[in-house]
Design a protein around this ligand. Structure first.
Ligand code: EPZ
Length: 418
């Protein structure tokens, strides 16, 4: 397992380009199951989760070819066993996204229950209840979900809670259902909007993506399409925090500032200067950071995927901050590691009480999940001394060559293969 070795204290300076969004690329790749024609995707980042999804789609009979560095061609012209096995699903919960497309196009699917992960139990009950309302017969057997339907039918579905992949799963299934499906309390994330754009490019009839009410008029079949994935708003936010936490001056390019307004506003509240154009964000972090309160919320609120990174920043801000995690039940795994670097944080229930300290100290720390590992890298960039982050495979799931991008900004960071 690789480690990252970081010698902190260098203010980051320069420009960095973000890649395509992991959480838009994954559903877009899975959408290839909905047609026998070729889907060509651009700006697909080279990430662990993308490789896992390619493996899962190959297992299902989808041919996948990498074109240039960031393009994929996918074609589900001959389908395999319609089964997503445990050994693949357990490493990536988003594998559950194949459920809806397989039932919609082939009438059956057998998908391993994803099981929990470091940040929570990650149930899929909302996905399954929606498919049942559309006429699927859903049963659980030996840790697998089996779903069957001769043809899904349109239905009015109100999600009990907002679920991003639940919305995406059902939206994909509904494109081939008989009749109109209306989703209420749907997730509004930009990745949902991006998937809807791809599906409509394939001939689907989807309206309202990005709002809590999405309507999908089923069609008999979908055709091939070409699509560029939106920029990764979480990678963008992570580099913004990297600039702020090191007191640097960094411009993040090829991004969409409109996708992370809540993050930007919160950064401004800490005293960081932020300058935006329509495709870039400049962060000037040379002032004194002030503590602020953060409460995660589904989009367009403060993204839960930025909570860990922001905690690293607030751990060296002047004064106190309260960070409340409302989306996942166990997304404070980074706290113990930050404490080992000298942070002053107390967790009570879903809230973390952070008291800023003048300086963190470098230490050997261990990544536990994707965004927690990003938080530890950010802490290492500002800490006095050397920080070694182990188990960076967690980081590689969602960040492409993060050490190379940080090196280009002047960071003293290197990857050591073990
Ligand atoms: C998506 O996960 C993202 N993953 C996550 O990003 C992100 O943190 C999350 O949305 C919230 O924004 C992808 O898009 C691949 P949810 P998802 O369903 O869809 C509960 C990252 O770091 N819930 O919106 O799995 C669930 O337990 C990853 O890139 C149910 O109870 O999240 C959670 O508490 C991590 N039943 C809440 O809803 C269900 O059937 C939100 O989960 C589904 C969800």
């Amino acid at each position: 397992m690789d480690r990252l070795i970081i010698r902190g204290g260098v203010p980051l300076r320069g420009q960095v380009e973000v890649g395509g969004a992991k959480n838009a690329a994954l559903p877009a790749m899975v959408a290839s199951l909905l047609t026998g024609e070729s889907i060509r995707l651009h700006r697909v980042p080279q990430l662990g989760d993308v490789k896992t999804t390619i493996g899962l789609l190959n297992h299902l009979g989808v041919s996948v070819e990498r074109g240039d560095r960031e393009s994929l061609s996918l074609r589900a012209d001959g389908i395999g066993p319609c089964e997503a096995p445990y050994h693949l699903v357990k490493t990536m919960r988003a594998s559950v996204l194949v459920l809806g497309p397989l039932v919609a196009r082939f009438g059956r699917a057998r998908v391993s229950l994803p099981g929990g992960c470091a940040i929570g139990s990650r149930p899929i009950n909302l996905h399954l209840a929606a498919l049942e309302k559309m006429g699927a017969t859903v049963s659980l057997d030996a840790g697998y979900v089996e779903a069957k339907a001769s043809r899904l039918r349109g239905a009015r579905i109100t999600f009990d809670g907002q679920t991003v992949t639940g919305t995406e799963n059902v939206m994909m299934a509904a494109t081939l259902a008989d009749g109109v499906t209306v989703l209420e309390n749907a997730a509004c994330e930009p990745e949902v909007v991006d998937l809807a754009a791809l599906l409509n490019g394939m001939g689907a009839r989807i309206e309202g993506a990005g709002t809590p009410t999405i309507s999908i008029e089923g069609v008999s079949h979908l055709h091939g399409a070409e699509h560029e994935v939106i920029p990764d708003r979480i990678e963008t936010g992570t580099f913004m925090v990297a600039a702020a936490i090191t007191g640097g001056d960094v411009t993040v390019t090829h991004c969409l500032p409109g996708h992370l307004e809540a993050i930007t506003e919160k950064l401004r509240e800490t005293g960081v200067l932020v300058e935006e154009t329509d495709c870039s964000i400049r962060i000037l972090g040379d002032g004194q950071l002030r503590g602020v309160n953060v409460r995660t919320h589904p989009y367009p609120g403060f993204a839960t995927d930025m909570q860990a990174q922001f905690m690293a920043l607030l751990s060296i801000a002047q004064g106190s901050s309260v960070i409340t995690e409302t989306v996942f039940e166990n997304r404070f795994m980074h706290v113990n590691e930050l404490l080992r670097m000298g942070a002053d944080i107390k967790v009570i229930g879903t809230a973390a009480f952070v008291h800023g300290v003048p300086m963190l100290s470098g230490a050997p720390v261990m990544a536990t999940d994707l965004r927690a590992s990003a938080s530890l890298v950010l802490a290492g960039l500002t800490a006095q001394g050397t920080t070694t982050v182990s188990r960076v495979y967690h980081l590689d799931r969602g960040y492409e060559s993060i050490e190379r991008k940080l090196q280009s900004l002047g960071a003293d960071i290197e990857r050591v293969a073990e």
